[in-house]
Design a protein around this ligand. Sequence first.
Ligand SMILES: CC(C)(COP(=O)(O)OP(=O)(O)OC[C@H]1O[C@@H](n2cnc3c(N)ncnc32)[C@H](O)[C@@H]1OP(=O)(O)O)[C@@H](O)C(=O)NCCC(=O)NCCS
Length: 265
Amino acid sequence: MMLSAGRGFAIEDGDQLAATALYLPYVPRLAWIGMVMTHPDFRRRGLATVLTEHCIREAETRGLTAALDATVAGEQVYQRLGFERVAEVSRMLRSANTHADGAKPLRASGAAAQRSIQQFGPSHAVADDVLALDAEVYGVDRSSILGDLIRRAPDLSLALMSESGRVLGYCLGRRGRQVRQVGPVVVRDEGDGSAAVDLVARNLGENGPVLIDVPDLHDSFRRRLESAGFERQRGYIRMVRPTGASFSHTSYLKRVFGIGGPAIG
Ligand SMILES: CC(C)(COP(=O)(O)OP(=O)(O)OC[C@H]1O[C@@H](n2cnc3c(N)ncnc32)[C@H](O)[C@@H]1OP(=O)(O)O)[C@@H](O)C(=O)NCCC(=O)NCCS
């Protein structure tokens, strides 16, 4: 999925894969770097550094700012390459059935009876409005990667609609081998936590492990997830390599309650 939207780089030793990195252009301003991994046998030899530098060059020759979500180990690599920490993200995991352990299911807020949730596929008119909302919020074009998510899991692609048919927020998802990931979760109005709750509540399903990566500024949303049986599993550090272009790297997160995962931002 991601290789068709961007470019992957790898270092091989004979026929063994030693290290990888992936670069996704989000024009006109960002290049998302993900999947930076070094096989345990090849660590601390500078391979992640070489591949990340390669991605930075690809980004910056195109006038794009390199950005990524780092693990704690990854942060050590990126700091040395000039990346700066701009935000934190928490991975919230619900490991099994919400009804176990006395957890309460996440219920829709019911804040506005005039809002309805619509499921959509790639050729549905709502999909274009969703991609336009995402572009407005992020200030970049992520349609290639989001289009793939919608194509792969239309049943997990939901839009919250106003009575007049305006998209107020959207939520996508994907099924991993073991865990289902909910996200991105993006809303039109800053801080509209009830839209995020309504969308995620519909996308959780009853059983099975689910995760959602929530920017830490959405404290009360995280607490809602915790009361529904989610636990914080780990953190990521959102980092950017400053290039002098003037835009805020964090204000858009007020409208992002769930990212799409560290590999896509
Ligand atoms: C994080 C990871 C990609 C680093 O790969 P690597 O090829 O070993 O990294 P490099 O050799 O380029 O490291 C460069 C520098 O970063 C720092 N660094 C790298 N890994 C570190 C670690 N585990 N702890 C502390 N510092 C570390 C060191 O300063 C290192 O230089 P040094 O070895 O001369 O001291 C690798 O440990 C890995 O795949 N981890 C699991 C997946 C992961 O977390 N990926 C990052 C996603 S953001």
